[in-house]
Design a protein around this ligand. Sequence first.
Ligand code: PEP
Ligand code: MG
Length: 845
Amino acid sequence: MTSSLASDAVLITPSAGIERTQHGWRAKCLQRLVRMDLPVPRSHAISSECVQQIATGHPPDEAMLARLLGEPDNVSTGAFGLISVRPSAVDPEWGGPGTVLNVGINHERHKALSKRIGQEAADALYLHFVQSYATHIARLDPDMFAQDGKGALAEALRSYADEMDEEFPQDPAVQLTEVLRSMARAWDGPTARLLRQAQGAPADAPLGLVVQDMALGMGPGFCGSGTIQFVDSVTGAPRITGRFRGQMQGSVRASDSETLFLTKDDRGPALEDAAPEVFADLVRSGVAARERLREEMQIEFVVNEGRVSIIDAVRLQRSSRASVRIAVALANDGVIPPEEAVMRVEPRALSDLLHHQVDPRAPRDLFARGINASPGAATGKIVFSAAAAQASAAQGEPCVLVRRETVPEDIRGMHASVAVLTERGGPTSHAAVIARGLGLPCIVGAIGISIDARARVLRAGHRSFREGDEITIDGTTGEVLAGAAEMLEPALDDSFAQLLQWADQFRQLDVRANADTPEDARTARMFNAQGIGLCRTEHMFFDADRLPAMREMIFADKPEDRRLALERILPMQRDDFADLFQIMAGLPVTIRLFDPPLHEFLPHDREGMRALAESLDMPLSDVVRRVDALSEFNPMLGLRGVRLGIVMPEIYEMQARAIFEATALASRQGDPVVPEIMIPLVSAMREVELVKNRVDSVAAEVRNKMRADFTYRLGVMVETPRAALRAGDIATHAAFLSFGTNDLTQMTYGLSRDDAGRFMGAYVNQGVYEEDPFHILDQEGVGELLMIGAERARAVSPDITLSVCGEHGGNPESIAFCHRAGFSYVSCSPFRVPVASLASAQESI
Ligand code: PEP
Ligand code: MG
């Protein structure tokens, strides 16, 4: 085989042709530092094609090696011709093989170094190189190279010779060739491939390499190495931190090495005091790097006899809250435009700022995991029932409600708790939806826990927890922790508000909130939602004082009895709507007519039935009979939504009356209100026609009775596949269509939204579904129904308003889909509004 030689190394100068795609981010970043005239040691960039050639058996040619190695007596950085080799992928997140330092050291240079920096330090440097070369490059057994202390260098050299049957290579060119070959090949290994693919890299992502003269952090005078950063990685607040170790080179330290804080610190000596000029140099370099690189950086530096060398700079790793603060500060300082600040923050990061978070630096005693159904973290004592939660709250004791799954009666308990944990359920289960609405951290479908509510024990593997034991719910990660974890406070600061304001300025797709209560509506307005896109009216009856009225209505088996119950409900609803209209001050409010899966309102046990019999003044046997009669095999596909409105028309009539009376009252007092009334679970055009006729006649009656003039918009929730397919005729009776993607996903897949959590993990792990479709909109299937529905509706009614109000409305990927489909808005839980606004803005920029 004729093996040609590889040759492509560019000296990094201000004008050299360095491309990120060809030479990687590190080479490009170093060139920027060189252009700023910062003291960067002589560096070369090796292109990815050349690295690829080296990996496939074409070693670097002599001329290239000579250029990389330079002149051995070129000792401006004090390192006697030693060099380092670092990876330089296109994206820093893609990682790369470990850096190799001090390439070129041999007996002769070791001797010269001993004279300059002392025998002990020179031995340590040489030893470190022999050990890392032997284990990482020659791939010898690391146990053979764990020498330490006196005589270790000689022993390591001997072990190498024994194992390899040849002396340790003395020619720097040979060492460098082997290092380059090993790094090039490591990049092609399966582990490296998997790791970078997990970070979003393509399988064939290229690797460049950077070869740099070593700057020596050991020797006479003030020497050492360290890192410096200018903001706090967790909070994003301006603060100089980092580390400096005197007499240290890479991970090799001399025996007189000393660690310094960077700035004045009561805990010990600081670089700022020990070497004020060095410190001032670093600060100057940091300020310049931030402006030129347009990013908050962490700088790696070496000091040799008081002279600073900047050897590397990497984008500062940061928490969610720091990412917001940094982006906004860069834009406020004019370093980047606001659009770029908006693009730089991961939308999901915003939800971390809205809630308490477990401090990423703190220890975690993890004992179970589940679906991260509602973000934020909270610590409380375990309670197993809503009543215990209320009792705990009454005593001012924070508690975590732990249930197999939640039902409407648990709402009071959820209100009284600081977090919720359920054994069952998925992202759109009752617990998940309600917790998101309340802004409570929540984990559902916790794998491997078992709850014995009677014995009041929660078990997870071999651990068990009793009522009153303290646990922490991390709803952001889905982790359940024993005990109280250290927390970070929410960070709704000026940076957060500024970023949201910019996002609102740039986005085209509006963001509304799913809000059922005045509190939800206020939260929605605080986050600048453009209205309410879904008010689930049945949720207005989950409160203890309301539930009996609702049950009475459901239990009435004669229309006259139902009418009586509805008369009780009407004023409550009118007040509810008037409150919402007032809080939303003229912004659109979409009220969905009742859609209660009946089972959610039925008592679940004998005790509940007895209580109901008492409150309805009915014999227990009648209650039992009625519960039996109303029980359905498949309540999610049963008498719910518009079907209830068709079979028992007086329910929707009452609601329409309450909406219109509230409209008339609110319009008298403030901005004119144009309510939006939405019909759920439609599957046929005739359903819409019937409801519309009745609502129209109620509107006429209220106009007459209250001498009021108002209009309203009637819309349809598209949440059955048939409604999407028949969107053309449905649109003839509707001013707007809102896709209820929770039910639409459930019905398209034939997958129960309450039960799918149990096996979703197995499905996603085996790649049956790429993602949980209740979490991220399935664009191929459910998305196609949305597109068909949109197209057919627009064909008959080009100006029809289209939107999504399922939980997907708060999910960035799904929002991107809605933006591309030209929808008018998405609607999501109030606490997800900032996330949705940012995601929507990013699609528009
Ligand atoms: C839906 O089905 O997407 C929806 C918003 O309605 P709900 O979650 O109340 O069924
Ligand atoms: Mg629905």
